[in-house]
Design a protein around this ligand. Sequence first.
Ligand code: BGC
Length: 281
Amino acid sequence: MSASDQGSPAAASKGAEPFAMHPPAARLLAGRSALVTGGDSGIGQAICYELAAHGAAVAINYVGPPDEAHRMVAEIAAAGGSAAAVAMDVSSEQDVERAFGEAREAIGPIDLLVNNAGVEHPYPLLEMPFDAWRKVIDVNLTGAFLCAREAARMMRAAGRRGAIVNISSVHEQIPWESFSHYCASKGGMRLFAQSIAKELAPLGIRVASVAPGAIETPINAEVLSNHKESAAVRAEIPLGRWGKPQEIARTVAWIASEEAAYITGATLFVDGGMTLYPRFI
Ligand code: BGC
């Protein structure tokens, strides 16, 4: 494994190359209107760029400083794409209702939601403060519920078929010490997604989960900057390297498109084989 394969978190948080639209014939999402939660960094940022490159108009959600989301909007627009920035705390019902309204104003009714916003911070059970537990469940799980409900309502009202894509994790399946709150949120997301996939199928709305493994993003900056820890993670990955945000983004664009029209309720693991438990071979 070369040093460059390990990547740097800062580089990985931006598009690897300058943003450019895909050629018209290769665009999978022309005419679609997408909203991506947590769209201004890490995997969410790569997803925004990829959906926009495929011709979707993208509402880039951020919480906190607006600068990066606005920079992305300008960059996408300058290359001939369409995007808008929307502020929203996904765990606030009021915020979600307002922000989806703003997104509809800016880019039309949403027919593609990517529930990407997520937080994690380790605590062993014996030391876990209630607030830490609640924050992870509120953002990762309740946020996915609030946004899915709002998106589904909007699609039904507009008579639009569409898709809801949840960014889950290998930890919807693999238990993880000191991350019981995170695992509970992702395990919960799995059955939430499968249940609403059944409910929404008659409306022509598909629901799918994309489950990343270890990806070079700011959320993993600490581990990535520690050679020993980063190598220990690599040892758990049969393909022998961390993943890139763009590798998740490309999967999301595909699964949201008509190419995947017969997929609903499924989780697609994009993890270099991490869920194959290489340590136990
Ligand atoms: C987490 C990462 C972790 C990966 C594999 C992801 O869900 O966000 O921090 O490296 O799972 O354990």
